[in-house]
Write a protein that binds this ligand. Sequence first.
Ligand SMILES: [Zn+2]
Ligand SMILES: [Zn+2]
Length: 226
Amino acid sequence: MFRYETHMHTSEASACASSTGAEMADKYKAEGYTGIIITDHFFNGNTCVDRSLPWDKWVEGYCKGYENAKKRGDEIGLDVFFGIEYGDGSSDYLIYGLTKEWLIAHDDIMSLDLPSFLEFVRSEGAMVIQAHPFRIRDYTRGIIHAPRFCDGIEIFNASDAATPFNERAKIYASWYDLPGTGGSDSHNTTTSFHAGGVLSPRKFTSALDYAKAVAAREIQVIDNAE
Ligand SMILES: [Zn+2]
Ligand SMILES: [Zn+2]
């Protein structure tokens, strides 16, 4: 089985992360992963890229963590794919299948409300997984669920392993018959590093390939990470 990280951050783009894309790539390689998908906090989340920049410059900065991880991954033999974590303060969505070029060309997406945004990216061929749908932290404004606009649900977030949130997510996914997946939500290589993610019987060729495998219920969730 091939081991993949599906949800992780880098210090180039996420204000709450403290390891660079290259450092994260090294760590995941050492932990035996075949590949990782970088999902930094987007424009409406905890980004560390200056929001006053022109849109294309903001996107360039946002993609740096991914690009540095990819460069490192190419050197050490780790597949690195691109995703985003879009958040509205009451819910977070991992989106797979977009690219830097697509983001630069769509400079009006932040004017869309949450359902319109999710509907639009899906119409463009991307896929949506709701991250930790029952997480409550001090920054959580409320809990929003959008099952109509999701291709799957993160039913095991390794950063929430000590909470009841994952059990609630599992029940929620089963209510709507949505496939489940897992991720670490790691923000550095040390204190908050959690070796979660998924196992796959085959290698993925892209982030979208991973999301399709989730929808086809071909993956196995790593749900024993702490
Ligand atoms: Zn974060
Ligand atoms: Zn995250």
